[in-house]
Design a protein around this ligand. Structure first.
Ligand code: SF4
Length: 241
């Protein structure tokens, strides 16, 4: 979920009803080091699910092509195939696109039952029934629209905002837009009283060194003035996906 100057034209895909056999549309599965958010630096396997219910213009994530419809056990086996050597259980990150567009509840339960920690990265606009597992299931929301799903808000552990210079609200330090997604007033905020240090502020990457320096300064300003946590995309620094 990172920005570039290429305009995203991938089609909007609606929330899916659960598939009778529990299968999911998978875009890709790959190992990496988690570069963002509460588990930064930890070995992880990413499961990128296909399709998104939004179409942020500056989104440069490819989440549409080459998808495969896979069952939960096959997805889990593929994740194990990508686990790092050493026999320990890596963090499993379910992302997209928008992962909650599909019914991932059975998959999440399956992985937790096998002893894995799961992180979900969502735009927060859709709801799915997910197990309550503090410390085992972590939900990180990066809002892109003006309104979040109120049931999902109750489950969100962390928020993440991508900040561009010149697009920061001086009253709360958060961006007014997200990846240039059109919103009625401004992009959705965390609920009143939410922990400031659980809000990550990440500078936008607009593929221009001078611009990126301005975005970084804007993110630093926001973190220092409002108590948010600065988040740099570590995986890019170490050249991992
Ligand atoms: S919600 Fe995320 S994945 Fe979907 S278009 Fe926006 S940035 Fe891309």
């Amino acid at each position: 979920m990172t920005p570039s100057k290429v305009i995203n034209v991938q089609p909007i895909e609606k929330r899916e009803e659960p598939h009778p056999d529990g299968s999911l549309d998978v875009h890709s599965i790959f190992p990496t080091i988690q570069g963002e958010g509460p588990f930064v630096g930890q070995p992880a396997v990413f499961l990128r699910l296909a399709g998104c219910n939004l179409q942020c213009p500056l989104c440069d994530t490819e989440y549409t092509q080459g998808r495969l419809r896979l069952s939960v056990p096959v997805i889990f086996d593929s994740i194990l195939d990508h686990a790092p050597p050493g026999g320990y259980r890596p963090l499993i990150v379910i992302t997209g696109g928008e992962p909650l567009r599909q019914d991932i509840g059975p998959l999440v339960r399956f992985m937790i039952d096998k002893g894995y920690r799961v992180q979900i990265e969502t735009n927060g606009s859709l709801y799915r029934d997910l197990p309550y597992m503090s410390g085992v299931l972590t939900i990180v929301c990066s809002p892109k629209s003006g309104k979040l799903n109120p049931d999902m808000v109750k489950r969100i552990d962390y928020y993440k905002y991508v900040v561009k210079a010149g697009d920061v609200d001086v009253y709360d330090g958060l961006p007014t837009h997200a990846l240039d997604h059109p919103v009625a007033r401004k992009v959705a905020r965390p609920p009143e009283g939410f922990y400031r240090d659980r809000v990550y502020i990440q500078p936008a990457d607009t593929q221009d060194a001078a611009e990126n320096q301005s975005h970084l300064q804007a993110a630093i300003w926001s973190a220092r003035h409002f108590g948010y946590t600065l988040c740099i995309q570590t995986h890019k620094i170490i050249n991992l996906p």
